[in-house]
Design a protein around this ligand. Structure first.
Ligand SMILES: [Zn+2]
Length: 367
């Protein structure tokens, strides 16, 4: 049987099914219900936050014969027709590979043709910031006087690269990173449907690793679920993600602060015996120092780090006992050690030396 990725299988078909972008879906639904549809939209935000998914739902919704709360009904003849790949009324263009002025001129020449068996033709131009200057100028001409039956949806991860003239023609929507809690709920629902077993800790680890993107979260979940053959455990998840768990990192930093040489050596021994990659561990240490520094110095640390509440509480507690200089020093030594650790033959010795010299604030002699 062909394996369908979780991301593809659970791709939203209505606005209600979209995860974590309520500020956008509600507005678009209202526009459709009130028949206030624009001709040019700009969808901007990090990769994997649902720009193309929402663009496709919108393209169906504007053509649906009986939309339900602004979402496509999925049953009428227009919905069924547009469901098929390559329907001529929804035109997806990847600007990364079609960025020349001729590509845009081709769009311009075609927009005058009426949609076939639909109300609107919808052009979805992905990675629109990749267009050349002359291509932008050509696009601008079309955006200035769009025919009634045309809608443009420009999607980009880098809106700041678009000319002001284009920006001012578009209704802009900023896609947000999805919170860990929302991703966890979404994952749990999918795992339940797929009869995959899991524990809360694994859910959290996967959601954190997804870094705010539904697509990345589901593709990580996919590989872990198939590796664990449907029974996900915290240990397997940690192994696959190659990261170290928070508790371990927190206790490691506690020992650093208390300058417990023996405990540090014992922890490194434990980590190595568990088969963890020590270079990845060094990266986790440097990341942790950075996280503590953010917690200590930034007002909106919660939204920058996007971590589960209980983890955040422990970070805040630990950030108290370090001063800024210490944290910056740890960031520096662990991030430079990470690189060296990838190439050295005596990995463990190097990590031990790095930890102890940084902890005791000793001068490091370089050859
Ligand atoms: Zn419909």
């Amino acid at each position: 049987m062909e394996h369908i990725s979780l991301y593809r299988k659970y791709r939203p078909k209505t606005f209600e099914e979209v995860i974590g972008q309520d500020h956008i879906t509600k507005t678009l639904q209202n526009q459709i219900m009130n028949n206030h549809i624009g001709h040019a939209y700009l969808f901007t935000g990090t990769r994997g936050t649902g720009k193309t998914s929402i663009a496709k739902i919108f393209a169906k919704a504007v053509n649906c014969l009986s939309p339900v709360h602004g979402s496509p009904c999925g049953k009428c003849e227009n919905c069924l027709r547009l469901e098929k790949e390559n329907d001529i009324n929804i035109i997806e263009i990847d600007a990364a590979s079609n960025n020349k002025v001729d590509d845009v001129r081709e769009i311009r020449d075609k927009v005058k043709f009426l949609p076939v068996g639909a109300k609107y033709k919808v052009y979805i131009i992905d990675e629109v910031h990749m267009l050349t200057d002359s291509a932008f100028n050509a696009l601008l001409k079309t955006l200035e006087e769009p025919p009634e039956h045309i809608i443009f949806i420009l999607a980009t991860t880098e809106a700041h690269k678009l000319p002001q003239t284009i920006l001012s023609r578009c209704v802009r929507f900023d896609f947000h990173l999805v919170s860990v809690e929302t991703l966890m709920k979404h994952l749990a629902k999918i795992f339940d449907k797929e009869k995959i077993t899991y524990d809360e800790e694994s859910l959290k680890l996967i959601a954190v690793a997804g870094e705010g993107s539904v697509r990345d979260t589901l593709s990580i979940a996919d590989s872990i679920a198939s590796y664990c053959q449907g029974k996900i455990t915290k240990e397997e998840t940690l192994n696959i993600l190659g990261t170290t768990d928070y508790e371990l990192i927190l206790s490691f930093f506690k020992e650093l602060k208390e300058k417990e040489v023996g405990n540090i050596l014992a922890l490194i021994d434990k980590i190595e015996k568990e088969g963890k990659n020590l270079a990845v561990f060094a990266k986790d240490l440097s990341k942790h120092a950075r996280n503590l520094l953010i917690v200590k110095t930034c007002k909106d640390a919660d939204s920058i780090l996007n971590l589960p509440e209980d983890v955040m509480a422990k970070f805040k507690e630990q950030a108290e006992i370090f001063d800024e200089k210490e944290l910056i020093r740890y960031m520096q030594v662990f991030s430079s050690a990470e690189n060296e650790l990838r190439y050295t033959l005596s990995v463990r010795l190097l990590l031990e030396t790095t930890c102890l010299t940084a902890m005791l604030n000793l001068e490091v002699k370089k050859n």
